[in-house]
Design a protein around this ligand. Structure first.
Ligand SMILES: Nc1ncnc2c1ncn2[C@@H]1O[C@H](COP(=O)(O)OP(=O)(O)O)[C@@H](O)[C@H]1O
Ligand SMILES: [Mg+2]
Length: 435
């Protein structure tokens, strides 16, 4: 018979050998680097200008970044940093190439959520992050899923749980508990709240000393940062239940929202949340911190069915939160009940030639009237997962596959992204109008 002690011994053995095993099995391809982009891509797909106009602009000003020339001399290849410098310095027909961003506003936050695994959440999050970065935006990705698909896809594999959303939540518990203990009073009664004491197991982790930036990691994309996740962060779901017990007044669902409020407004433009396929403390934090909810769903009947049950469960959970915490507990800058600027369903893995998929697209539009993205994301071989790692179509070099496959894949994500950007800009406008 085996008990928790045996499991604990097995774990200790694993930890002793983990470094060695990593060394033995680590391959250099796991170190992600970002490729360069050709002058064809930069002009026609990124800046959306004529290739000869672009070449003319470069020729006219030798101080502009010139990229690297291919051995056959036909194309120049630019790094994203160079592309962003060009974006800042070039004007085409007197128009700036910088993307729209309302001044004086914080970054817009979008949760990509569905409780169904395999709905395409991580794929959508990865592609939207890359499309937005190529569009000139500065992006922060928060990986709420301990399966960490997105973190791995961004090349972040060496992550400890203190530096995940779990760490953010536990740090928030410590800070909020201190604030309540020091703080004045319950809003309604005027009476002091009872003093709460957290065990050393929580206060002794050193989380309190972590600064906002300590959770944020750079990625191989110079304008994308990430708060990654890792398998150990799955523990959060279990631990958070105990935490709520330790301080029932803690608005546990607002921890990440409060954390994000501490990031200077101008650090990022877009913050994307990749959600776990379950309702729980992490996913409620994601949803609560989000301005916009994007719900990817596959095009099958069962996926429609589980998407329906997802919005049902979510609605109940949000209703519970709306009335449990509305009097005594400030939730930071977020009001209760939680309200989104927009909610959108996005069909993924869609095959335009498949009658059932088309019927499902029509059904979605009929049922979720006005909330369905026009452009579904098509099924494409270009993004099929290679092992644990997802590479976006933007990261792939078009010379490595048939140009047609690459273009089709890229255009389906481009179209979905453009609609997504319009939704975010609209949400930003509403946010501005509220002030
Ligand atoms: N548009 C697409 N075309 C082809 N395969 C896709 C597409 N979107 C997602 N997939 C594949 O479906 C699987 C699940 O996608 P993923 O984004 O990880 O879902 P989730 O994050 O919702 O669990 C992955 O293997 C992924 O490569
Ligand atoms: Mg995922």
């Amino acid at each position: 018979m085996y008990t928790h002690e045996d499991l604990s011994n097995l774990r200790s053995n694993s930890l002793k050998l983990q470094g060695w095993i990593r060394q033995q099995t680590f391959s250099p391809e796991m170190e992600k680097t970002l490729r360069r982009f050709s002058s064809w891509e930069v002009s026609e797909l990124i800046f959306r200008v004529n290739q000869s106009t672009f070449r003319g602009k470069l020729a006219a000003d030798p101080s502009l970044p010139a990229g690297e020339v291919e051995p056959d001399g036909r194309q120049r290849w630019f790094s994203l940093d160079e592309i962003n410098e060009l974006r800042r310095r070039l004007k085409i027909n007197k128009k700036s190439l910088l993307p729209y961003r309302p001044s004086g506003q914080r970054a817009i936050r979008c949760a990509i959520a569905n409780f169904k695994g395999g709905a395409g959440k991580s794929t959508v999050a990865l592609h939207f992050a890359h499309a937005a970065a190529l569009d000139g935006y500065r992006v922060l990705i928060v990986d709420f899923d301990p399966q960490a698909t997105l973190s791995h896809s961004m090349g972040l594999t060496d992550v400890s749980e203190e530096h995940t959303v779990w760490g953010i939540m536990a740090r928030d518990l410590i800070r909020e508990t201190e604030r309540m203990n020091d703080g004045p009073v319950g809003a309604e009664t005027g009476a002091a709240l009872p003093q709460r004491h957290l065990p050393d197991a929580i206060t002794g982790l050193g989380l309190d000393a972590l600064r906002v930036g300590d959770f944020i990691r750079p990625t191989s994309w110079p304008t994308i940062d990430a708060i990654p996740s890792c398998a150990n962060a799955a523990f959060v779901e279990f631990a958070s239940a105990q935490y709520r017990h330790l301080n029932p007044d803690w608005s546990f669902f607002a921890a990440v929202s409060r954390y994000l409020d501490q990031i200077p407004d101008d650090s990022y433009d877009i913050i994307l949340f990749d959600c776990p396929p379950a309702i729980g403390y992490q996913s409620m934090n994601a949803v609560f911190a989000a301005d916009v909810l994007y719900i990817p769903s596959g095009p099958g009947y069962w996926e429609y069915d589980s998407t329906t049950s997802f919005i049902g469960q979510l609605s109940e959970a949000l209703e519970d939160l709306a009335y449990g915490f509305d009097t005594t507990l400030p939730t930071g800058n977020m009001a209760l009940p939680k309200a989104f600027y927009d909610i959108r369903f996005l069909l993924t893995r869609f095959e335009p030639g498949n009658d059932l998929h088309r019927a499902m697209y029509d059904a979605f539009r009929k049922v979720f009237d006005g909330h369905v993205a026009d452009s579904a994301i098509e099924m494409t071989r270009a993004v099929e997962q290679s092992g644990r790692f997802l590479n976006s179509v933007y990261e792939m070099d078009y010379r490595d596959m048939t140009r047609e496959t690459w273009r089709r894949a890229r255009s389906t994500f481009d179209q979905a992204y453009e609609e997504f950007r319009a939704v975010l800009v609209d949400a930003w406008t509403k946010m501005e109008a509220e002030q």
